[in-house]
Design a protein around this ligand. Structure first.
Ligand SMILES: C[C@](O)(CO)[C@H](O)COP(=O)(O)OP(=O)(O)OC[C@H]1O[C@@H](n2ccc(N)nc2=O)[C@H](O)[C@@H]1O
Ligand SMILES: Nc1ncnc2c1ncn2[C@@H]1O[C@H](COP(=O)(O)OP(=O)(O)OP(=O)(O)O)[C@@H](O)[C@H]1O
Length: 313
């Protein structure tokens, strides 16, 4: 064999090996995703009236914050229909992650099963949208892994079947939501730092918070200002929760006493947040609530770019 044939043969073998490694690693990358699933806070929430099916028409201003669950998705060879999804202890069939995955599986019959692991950090039924965020993240992950080719509009329609807050989490960042909260208008991102979240380790369901809230008259109604000036922050659900859950009232009062520029309940509560100008006061305030045994977390807002950067196209 001539020297040039040997050189050509060796080059071809090396190129083949490199391509094989690249294809395999691409497949491997494609088989598994690890996504953060961010929480939200509501900076403004007003009730406009009643909608059919016991829902309320609302206007709300939402921001993603730097508190997140982690969800790991791994493609599996499916064995039979009942075994297509493998879940860790945190996920039962009542979990929104399971519900949206089951829906996609039945609608689109993908070639693969899925194993999902959830690391939960966002308090549950806390007004931070943790379950809704997990559901939206799962829609985005499975659309990619199962190669479903669904558009953002398709995903939004599916998301709104499972919860009013879920469509927002397909976008993230700062957004305005209307109707029952599922109609999303992405906005230029706010940039708020020094936010202290406080949760007194109790749960309040969205349905209860809406049920006990009073609907404002035309005169009482607040209008949303798209502004990160804290003087415009407002939550209609807060007043009655403060009365029915004195712990929430106490937290909001203490946040102000301890130096927050504003303190508000997020969504349906009970998590409250204070926005601080003075970091030192914020840390002292956090220590105060920790001492009481409450859950606390210091966060900042997350831009839509930062939020969406992690998701595969
Ligand atoms: C409070 C917020 O978190 C603010 O972002 C949301 O409005 C709540 O959204 P969510 O938890 O996704 O709510 P869903 O799961 O859709 O609805 C749960 C229950 O909350 C009540 N609900 C919810 C949304 C809405 N606009 N009006 C309502 O009255 C209804 O009783 C409903 O049966
Ligand atoms: N993956 C999940 N994580 C947390 N809660 C979930 C999940 N799936 C279903 N749930 C159920 O959904 C309900 C609402 O939970 P979630 O933590 O989303 O409430 P929330 O923070 O008040 O949400 P929102 O602000 O959207 O009202 C709880 O009763 C919880 O048991």
């Amino acid at each position: 064999m001539s020297k040039s044939i040997i050189v050509n043969l060796t080059t071809t073998i090396i190129i083949t090996i490199i391509i094989t490694i690249m294809v395999n690693s691409n497949l491997k990358n494609k088989r598994r995703l690890i996504y953060p699933s961010y929480a939200k806070i509501n900076l403004f929430l007003e009730i406009l009236g009643h909608l059919p099916d016991n829902f309320h028409q609302i206007e709300t201003l939402l921001c993603s914050v730097s508190l997140f669950d982690t969800i790991k998705y791994t493609l599996t060879k499916k064995k039979d229909l009942k075994k297509w999804i493998y879940l860790n202890d945190n996920i039962s069939e009542n979990n929104l992650i399971y519900k949206v995955a089951d829906y996609l599986y039945n609608q689109y019959k993908p070639d693969w099963g899925i194993e999902i692991q959830l690391i939960k950090r966002i308090p549950i039924a806390a007004g931070l949208g943790g379950g809704s965020s997990n559901a939206a993240t799962t829609l985005l992950a499975l659309n990619y892994l199962w190669e479903l080719g669904l558009s953002i509009d398709d995903l939004t329609s599916i998301a709104s079947i499972f919860g009013s807050d879920i469509p927002y989490f397909l976008y993230g960042g700062t957004a305005f939501a209307t109707n029952r909260g599922e109609v999303i208008q992405p906005l230029e991102d706010f940039n708020l730092d020094n936010i202290l979240l406080v949760n007194p380790n109790i749960m309040i369901s969205s349905s209860e918070a809406y049920q006990i809230a009073s609907i404002p008259t035309e005169n009482e109604r607040r209008h949303c200002r798209i502004s990160q000036d804290v003087k415009w922050f407002f939550n209609r659900l807060e007043a009655q929760v403060r009365i029915d859950y004195p712990l929430v009232n106490e937290i909001l009062n203490d946040l102000i006493k301890l130096g927050a520029s504003t303190a508000l309940m997020s969504g349906s509560g009970p998590t409250c947040f204070g926005v601080f100008e003075d970091k030192f006061k914020m840390h002292k305030c956090e220590a105060y609530f920790k001492e009481k045994g409450y859950w606390t977390k210091l966060v900042r807002t997350i831009t839509r770019e930062e939020y969406q950067n992690v998701f595969q196209a």
